[in-house]
Write a protein that binds this ligand. Structure first.
Ligand SMILES: CC(=O)SCCNC(=O)CCNC(=O)[C@H](O)C(C)(C)COP(=O)(O)OP(=O)(O)OC[C@H]1O[C@@H](n2cnc3c(N)ncnc32)[C@H](O)[C@@H]1OP(=O)(O)O
Ligand SMILES: O=C([O-])CC(=O)C(=O)O
Length: 373
């Protein structure tokens, strides 16, 4: 038997088949380029596409929206759970706990059939924004805002968070960011979800694990770190020197680089315009100028380009959303990709169990405890 070539971090290794998304020749979901989807569709249509395989007709979209909007509520005990969490709990950690807890209440929890998984996916799609908004308000001692069934995924989230409707421009910008965040092949969180359900575990367990993987700053956690970096520079005047000094200290500039995209991430180019427009409205263009300077330094010094987290962090900041909400917002979109992959995995399952190259001690025998040093 020949040993297959080893690739650290599984870089470049095909680890399964999928019909959901490809990052080859530009990013596309089920055959549609993300640019086309961001230009011509709403997030709600893209969610349907990812879960059901085709773009919806107007009637199917209405039916889908009605079903998801009706599920925008949490069991009352979730609110008690949020109130009981330590005050230092981050919104992403609270969301991870909430998804795990929601599994207890879902009547389909242990049913891994295709139709049950679709039902659970649509419920989680509905419940995640509610969980983020409710936890955020409860942690601040504010009353929760009941969901609106007439609003889109993006608009309802902003409404529940703030207690007032957002402007159409804000809703559109958030919606586009959700389309771009929705799915990305075998990224770490999605792969984690697939590994979990490949043991014939369940959707809620897979999504709970996926959120744990998303949290890290090398993956979804980077969109929160982006704003930390921009704020740390102090602004355009110090940005170049700050970035060069950080690189000299071998620090990573979060929001740059990507395992697959070495010449830039198309999603970052699409969202940049929305981040810039939101900054103009908010009067915070100083962070756009700072970002442009850092982009120039990173290209010149490292030949490295922004990923989607770079403009997303800036967009959410210009929308006056609190930094710890940025990765939960990523999750509120990526639930569609995670769910589609969980369903695809379980529809044609084989346990995911690779091999390791052993680097430990040579075989040895146990000495009686009195003889051990
Ligand atoms: C939506 C998303 O999840 S997109 C990813 C979001 N994550 C980030 O933005 C975090 C910052 N970026 C990174 O850490 C990386 O570019 C990753 C993890 C995304 C991809 O990394 P990989 O392809 O595995 O590259 P790896 O981590 O091996 O780094 C290769 C080299 O580039 C350097 N490097 C990679 N990213 C960066 C960065 N953002 N800033 C500075 N240097 C970097 C590394 O230090 C390393 O240098 P070395 O060879 O001198 O040690
Ligand atoms: O694909 C990756 O490694 C990370 C990423 O961009 C995503 O999950 O959107």
């Amino acid at each position: 038997m020949t040993t297959p070539a080893y690739s650290p971090g599984l870089e470049g290794v095909p680890a399964g088949e999928t019909a959901i998304c490809t990052v080859a020749d530009g990013l596309s979901y089920r055959g549609y380029s993300v640019g086309d989807l961001a230009e011509n569709c709403s997030f709600d249509e893209v969610a349907f596409l990812l879960l059901h395989g085709e773009l919806p007709s107007a009637a199917r979209l209405q039916e889908f929206h009605a079903g998801v909007a009706a599920a925008r509520r949490l069991p009352p005990s979730l609110k008690d759970l949020f109130a009981a969490l330590p005050k230092w709990t981050t919104p992403l950690d609270a969301l991870r706990t909430a998804i795990s807890a929601l599994g207890h209440f879902d009547q389909d929890a242990a049913d891994n059939s295709h139709v049950a998984n679709l039902r659970k996916s649509e419920r989680l799609l509905a419940q995640i924004p509610v969980a983020i908004a409710d936890q955020c308000r409860i942690a601040k001692g504010l009353p929760v805002v009941p969901a609106r069934q007439d609003l889109s995924h993006a608009a309802n989230f902003l409404y529940m968070l703030r207690g007032e409707e957002a402007s159409p421009a804000e809703v559109k910008a958030l919606d586009v960011s959700l389309i771009l965040y929705a799915e990305h092949e075998f990224n770490a969180s999605t792969f984690a979800a697939r590994v979990i359900v490949s043991t014939l575990s369940d959707l809620h367990s897979g999504v709970t694990g996926a959120i744990g993987a998303l949290k890290g700053p090398l993956h979804g956690g980077a969109n929160e770190k982006v704003m930390d970096i921009l704020l740390a520079t102090g602004g355009p005047d110090q940005a170049e020197a700050w970035t060069k000094a950080a690189l000299a200290r071998k620090e990573r500039i979060m929001g740059f680089g990507h395992r697959v995209y070495k010449a830039g991430d198309v999603r970052a180019s699409i969202l940049k315009k929305y981040a810039a427009e939101a900054a103009t409205v908010a009067g915070t263009t100083k962070w756009e100028e700072t970002a442009d300077i850092i982009e120039r330094v990173m290209a010149a010094e490292k030949n490295m380009y922004p990923n989607l987290d770079w403009p997303a962090g800036r967009l959410y900041h210009a929308m006056k959303l609190e930094i710890p909400l940025y990765t939960p917002i990523f999750a509120m979109s990526r639930i569609t990709g995670w769910a589609a992959h969980v369903i695809e995995q379980l529809d044609n399952n084989r346990l995911i169990r690779p091999r390791a190259i052993y680097k430990g001690p040579a075989p040895r025998t146990v000495k009686p405890i009195a003889e051990r040093g």
